[in-house]
Write a protein that binds this ligand. Structure first.
Ligand code: IMP
Ligand code: MG
Length: 173
């Protein structure tokens, strides 16, 4: 392996933050049911941990999208590879994403999901790289704002590797 991984956020820090977000969502959605839309594959670890920390009823659904362009630079035009199992009509939806980078993928995706008639639509991302943003995407629940570095772990990959790391690390080439 040519690259090495430097710890940015420890397993403990990530888990503590997920608990906080879960508590916040539970308060905000008191008396409602939340429909979590997990964007595969990167957000899967985060979405499952988050779901366990939410105390209101949770429905979990998965969507896989692929962006045209290289893996480190998304074009924003996305293709749905695997769609949701259920309709989003009149549901309180929270899109769960691993990281918001340029924001292109999400601005496209959110428009698409809104058009399905959601009652409400929020965005929750474990990581946010605000310096890289080129579109106007509002993140309702953010775990951590991080510097402009390529990170892996907790579901995030570099060439499909390192998703299984229990912490977030920076890839040093
Ligand atoms: P965006 O459209 O530029 O916001 O792209 C977001 C997507 O790019 C994420 O869902 C990730 O799949 C990928 N991505 C962006 N930054 C990183 C990173 O630092 N590590 C791993 N994947 C990343
Ligand atoms: Mg992703």
């Amino acid at each position: 392996m040519a690259e090495r991984i430097e710890v940015l956020l420890t397993e403990q820090e990530v888990n503590d933050k997920i608990r906080e977000i879960g508590e916040q969502i539970s308060r905000d959605y008191q008396g409602k049911q939340v429909y979590l839309v997990c964007i595969l594959k990167g957000a899967s670890f985060f979405a499952c941990e988050l779901a366990k920390r939410i105390s209101v009823p949770v429905f979990l659904d998965f969507m896989s999208v692929s962006s045209y362009g290289s893996d480190t630079m998304s074009s924003g035009v996305i293709r749905v590879v695997k769609d949701l199992d259920e309709s989003l009509k009149d549901k309180d939806v929270i899109v769960v994403e691993d990281i918001v980078d340029t924001g292109r993928t999400l601005s496209y995706l959110l428009e698409m999901l809104k058009a399905r008639g959601t009652r409400s639509l929020a965005l929750c991302a474990l990581l946010d790289k605000p310096e890289r943003r080129v579109t106007d995407v509002h993140v309702d629940y953010t775990g951590f704002q991080i510097p402009d570095e390529f990170v892996v772990g907790y579901g995030l990959d570099y060439d499909q590797k390192y998703r299984n790391l229990p912490y977030i690390g920076i890839v040093k080439f």
